[in-house]
Design a protein. Structure first.
Length: 165
């Protein structure tokens, strides 16, 4: 009976979370599939099925977090659908990390007002606070893959939030 309950719980979780790409995408996809330390970032809430998605990994060093040359890795993938997608990014070793994402809607590699973004652990953002503290976004990665979900946020007038359905 206990196995049935666990199976039901897992099935319910997968059903509620919605459809996600069949396998992780990106240049690090094989790392997630191999079971090595990595982050499978499930991104949802695309405003448009266009452009590129950049997933950036930061470590727990406050001096490097969200600064120009502070990133550990970037993985860039094309956005071909508005459905949630899973992007894998490798981590160098177990430890504390944070992920920032950027949806370049036009694919022009420029930050425009119509582009979106977000952070691991989905902190609340405002036009006055676009860069949350590491303590709001950081999470631990152990000896294997960790899965985190991020909902994209876009500017709407003077506020920032998910796309309204």
């Amino acid at each position: 009976m206990r196995k049935f309950g666990l199976l039901f719980s897992l099935t319910a979780t997968l059903s509620i979370s919605g459809a996600v790409s069949a396998a992780p995408v990106g240049s690090d996809a094989a790392v997630c599939e191999s079971g090595k330390p990595s982050v499978a970032v499930v991104v949802s809430g695309f405003k448009q099925a266009s452009g590129t998605l950049k997933v950036t990994l930061y470590d727990g060093d406050p001096a490097r977090y969200l600064v120009h040359n502070g990133k550990l890795r970037n993985v860039v993938v094309p956005v071909r659908s508005g459905a949630p997608m899973e992007v894998c990014i490798a981590v160098p070793a177990p430890g504390l990390y944070a992920v920032a994402i950027f949806h370049d809607v036009s694919g022009d590699n420029q930050k425009d007002r119509g582009d979106g973004g977000g952070y691991s652990r989905n902190p609340k953002l405002s036009i006055f606070n676009l860069k949350p503290a590491f303590r709001q976004t950081g999470f631990r990665v152990g000896n294997g893959p960790v899965r985190t979900s991020i909902t994209l946020l876009y500017a709407r007038g003077l506020s920032i939030g998910p796309v309204r359905s």
